[in-house]
Write a protein that binds this ligand. Structure first.
Ligand code: NAD
Length: 436
């Protein structure tokens, strides 16, 4: 099939590569000239393990083509997929302006039936809004053209985007006509994953509900970690014991310094904003957000207490991205931690294998190291913020000889506390008993 993918971010690019791999031809539309230039030169505009190879392959064989205007390709494509961003507005609502603009562009340029698929994460009711916008644009042109508005939310995870796009655990399709159902069935016919057909509204809600639930698991264990810390229980063991119950499951129960990224914080806020607008407050979800917003600060207060004061202390911040295997720093806990350290007059040397350039734009004056050991050299304490493999695998014996004080604060509980103790460190994790 011929697909127009509107918006070449993480989702648009990963989805395009996957559809190309399944034999479709994808016309990728990107309005950012810089990004488009890179795409046309077969350069991925972001880091994602394993994606580059397939991306280059399909750029070369013509299954992936890149354009700036939807008008250039719309007549060739039966499916128009919207994958533009839906960031948070200051009041927490989802900013739908990019989705609405894409809809106007479609309405202004379509000349025959189209299956219009919203893949961006949008609040319940957006499908109806977009339907109206397209109809209004068609009316302005005195055109009566039929189309289907379909919701097909995306569940891929950054860091595993390619694998998730190629082999999704489930495909959710919200549509209202048999024709739309058939088009979507054909689109996904090469992918061996369960498909759930729902209404557009149900599909829109499934996406938010899924992210909100995962965020709830994280904040639940993070809040519990604070209590574990007080009473001397070990949250790692607690989570393990809980996770063995198949009704609970082990995933998303790793205590840490909070969730970040481009999805969880904004989607939780958007769902809360929708609930508030509908005068149906979601109390549990509000608590999920509150715990997340204070988790990094709670951890930093522990660090401050252990070090006595942070003033003029040299702190190695290990990891900047919101999770490993990505260069994404959106809403990353590292940003809150750097802010806290600066407010407390600490001297920071940060290290990250992929996210440094992005953080430099926000904090240009702190020091950035090229290696973990360079960051640790002479530091009064090491603070693990992102559990990159190379950070976990630091030679901690050697590191002890170059640190000026043997303090390690593990915001992701990714090191073995007993090993660190044996090496002579003062080691503190999140919700784990202090062994020394
Ligand atoms: P992004 O901000 O990385 O990318 C969006 C892209 O769309 C940008 O490159 C932007 O320039 C482009 N764009 C905006 N308007 C355009 C237009 N009219 N025409 C052409 N291009 C346009 O966003 P993302 O992270 O890929 O997320 C996209 C959507 O998918 C969001 O709603 C997000 O919540 C959702 N989502 C994201 C993830 C994720 O892991 N990033 C996972 C699942 C769902």
């Amino acid at each position: 099939m011929n697909i127009a993918m509107i918006g070449a971010g993480y989702v648009g690019t990963a989805t395009s590569v996957a559809f190309a791999e399944y034999g479709h031809k994808v016309y990728v539309i990107e309005r950012d000239w810089e990004k488009l230039k890179k795409l046309k030169m077969s350069v991925l505009p972001f880091f994602e393990e394993g994606m580059e190879e397939l991306f280059k392959k399909h750029s070369a064989n013509g299954n992936l083509l890149f354009f700036h205007y939807i008008e250039e390709v719309i007549d060739q494509c039966e499916i128009l997929m919207i994958t533009v961003g839906t960031p948070s507005l200051p009041n927490g609502e989802a900013d739908l302006s990019y989705v609405e603009e894409a809809a106007r562009q479609i309405g202004r340029s379509m000349n025959e039936y189209k299956a219009i698929v919203i893949k961006s994460t949008v609040p319940v009711g957006t499908g109806d809004k977009i339907n109206k916008i397209i109809k209004t644009e068609l009316k302005k042109r005195n055109k009566e053209i039929s189309f289907d508005l379909i919701s097909n939310p995306e569940f891929l995870r950054e860091g595993k985007a390619l694998q998730d796009a190629l082999h999704p655990e489930r495909i959710v399709i919200g549509c209202e006509t048999e024709k739309a159902r058939q088009v979507m069935k054909e689109l996904y016919s090469g992918i061996n994953s369960p498909i759930l057909f729902t209404t557009v509204k149900d599909a829109e809600m499934i996406k938010y509900a899924s992210n909100a639930f995962l965020a709830t698991k994280i904040s639940f264990i993070n809040e519990l970690a604070r209590l574990c810390d007080k009473v001397g229980a070990n949250v790692i063991q607690v989570a393990k014991g809980m996770g063995l119950d198949s009704r609970i499951g082990p995933q998303f129960l790793q205590a840490g310094i909070g969730f970040g990224g481009s999805c969880f914080p904004k989607d939780v806020k958007a769902l809360l904003a929708l609930a508030s607008a509908e005068k149906t407050p979601l109390q549990i979800l509000q608590a999920v957000l509150d715990v997340n917003e204070t988790q990094a600060q709670w951890f930093m207060e522990k660090v401050k207490k252990a070090l006595g004061s942070l003033s003029r202390k040299r702190i190695a911040v290990l990891g900047l991205t919101f999770k490993p295997q990505t260069d994404d720093i959106r809403e990353a806990s590292s940003l809150k931690i750097i802010h806290y350290l600066l407010q407390n007059n600490a001297c920071i040397t940060a290290y990250d294998p992929q996210g440094t350039e992005h953080v430099k734009k926000i904090y240009p004056t702190i020091n950035y190291a090229k290696t973990t050991l360079e960051a640790l050299n002479g530091a009064d304490a090491a603070l693990i913020v992102t559990e990159w493999k190379e950070i976990i695998e630091i030679d901690w014996k050697k590191a002890k000889s170059i640190l000026s004080q043997p303090f390690v604060f593990d915001g992701r509980n990714c090191l073995d506390a007993s090993v660190m103790l044996e090496l002579g460190y003062h080691y503190e994790g999140v919700g784990t008993p202090n062994l020394d």
